[in-house]
Design a protein around this ligand. Structure first.
Ligand code: 5AD
Ligand code: SF4
Length: 442
């Protein structure tokens, strides 16, 4: 009988894509995936090291796997991804029940390691980072759904001083345009209608002279692909070419995730973010000038070492000017090994918390402001799932990445349909499907 494995994923979308890659690899090698952790021959956790909180969650899951292994000592336990890279010594010393530790560039070795481990060898570890590995030839085994995650590049060369990613995922390298287009086309023939192109810094994408806008242009031409999203660009590297391609194709979503991180030039400089507040604001204007009604979201960190109240206030000022559609907000978390971890003058936890709360409150106002601005408009919405609140309603996203709920009528999941936005409450929009006859009459 084939060996079964259970895999769970923490962290970013890149990790979701990586887990699907691992599943594809294991399936091709004759292993079978199970959703029952208690009967699995092997348990894998794909981990995230971006903040301490993400690591804590994985540590607690590992405690649970340990209990399972006590009952069934033959269960193989594997830690994959960024924490494996970052904490291998710690894991091997303090968690001897972990059998396999594999960094993000070593997934190809997993089948062989499972087989070796069955022969009771000692711990198997591979956390070498590669300058070349992009898994271009490997087709992931995706969970069924609407959206297919496609990683277009790996690693990061930006070295923002707070960020562990350049250390856990190594140097930046891109896949071929052909490999990506082929994978996206395969996803469409497997029933997916949206793809999200993933990279730590997508607009640094380059492969044999081809840049990100050329890749976007090629992907947009895949027949049957209704929506294309991408994340994340770096504000410094966003180009007019990318914006022009976005404007040219209806199936490229009118949405940009543009991480601000902080609004004060000193803090940005200490973060090594390579742009100033004014340059960021100019970038936002450039985006909005090329793409009317674009949705813009962001990432913001509060409590970076040395950030004082006046500097934090400047972040709020930038938010007030831009009025992002949404924001992912984080308290700074010191990551050993990064440059910022050596900076002194750490902001106390309660101050970080207080700043975070002020930021969230302000963002909620801005989200509502932006949402209210589209009440009365007809938006194309992709029907994605049943609304959590009512079985009679669908939930789907607009082009600009806003969730809308509306009565199901005769619409089906995966339909891309016109919905009139009737109301904006909290962070959700409420709408009504516009029947085609009404559209024609209008
Ligand atoms: N502490 C807090 N947030 C962080 N991020 C990255 N590293 C850290 C850290 N050490 C945030 C950034 C990034 C997002 C993915 O996670 O805002 O854009
Ligand atoms: Fe981390 Fe900066 Fe690279 Fe993003 S761009 S992964 S924040 S180093």
């Amino acid at each position: 009988m084939s060996k079964s494995y259970f895999i769970e994923t923490y962290g970013c979308q890149m990790n979701v894509a990586d887990s699907e890659l691992v599943s594809g690899l294991l399936t091709r090698e004759g292993f079978s995936e199970t959703k029952d952790i208690h009967t699995a021959d092997a348990i894998f956790v794909n981990t995230c090291a971006i903040r301490e909180h993400a690591e804590d969650k994985v540590h607690s899951r590992l405690g649970y796997y340990h209990q399972i292994k006590r009952k069934n000592p033959k269960t193989i336990i594997g830690v994959l991804g960024c924490m494996a890279q970052n904490l291998k010594e710690d894991i091997l010393e303090s968690k001897p029940f972990v059998d396999i530790v594999l960094g993000p560039d070593s997934y190809r070795r997993l089948p062989e390691m499972i087989r070796e481990r069955s022969n009771e060898s000692s711990h198997l570890v591979d956390t070498k980072l590669s300058r070349f590995e992009v898994y271009d030839d490997m087709f992931p085994s995706r969970n069924k759904g609407i959206n297919a995650w496609i990683s277009i590049m790996r690693g990061c060369d930006k070295f923002c001083t707070f960020c562990i990613v350049p250390f856990t995922r190594g140097r930046e390298r891109s896949r071929s345009v052909e490999g990506i287009v082929q994978e996206a086309a395969q996803a469409v023939s497997d029933g997916f209608i949206e793809v999200t192109l993933l990279g730590q810094n997508v607009n640094s994408y380059h492969h044999e002279g081809q840049k990100f806008h050329e890749l976007l242009d090629a992907v947009a031409q895949i027949p049957g692909l209704k929506r294309i999203r991408y994340t994340s660009p770096h504000p410094e590297d966003m180009t007019q070419d990318v914006l022009n391609v976005m404007a040219k194709y209806d199936n490229i979503c009118n949405y940009v995730h543009l991480p601000l991180q902080a609004g004060n030039d000193e803090v940005l400089n200490r973060m090594n973010r390579t742009y100033t507040k004014d340059q960021f604001l100019a970038r936002v204007n450039q985006i909005r000038n090329t793409l009317p009604n674009v949705g813009i979201s962001t990432d913001i960190i509060v409590g970076f070492p040395g950030e004082n109240e006046a500097e934090f206030q400047e972040t709020m000022d930038v938010m007030e000017v831009v009025k992002f559609d949404s924001a992912f907000t984080f308290k700074y978390s010191s990551r050993p090994g990064t440059k910022a971890a050596e900076f002194d003058d750490h902001v106390p936890e309660d101050e970080k918390q207080h700043r975070l709360e002020r930021l969230i409150e302000m963002q909620q106002k801005h989200t509502l402001f932006r949402n209210k601005a589209i009440v009365g408009r007809v938006e194309m919405v992709l029907v994605e799932k049943e609304s959590k609140r009512s079985k009679k309603q669908w939930a789907g996203r607009t082009d600009a990445n806003k969730w809308v709920v509306f009565n199901k009528e005769n619409a089906k999941i995966k339909d891309l349909i016109p919905v009139k936005i009737m109301d904006a409450r909290g962070i959700t929009l409420h709408g009504e499907i516009v029947q085609i006859q009404e559209m024609e009459a209008a």
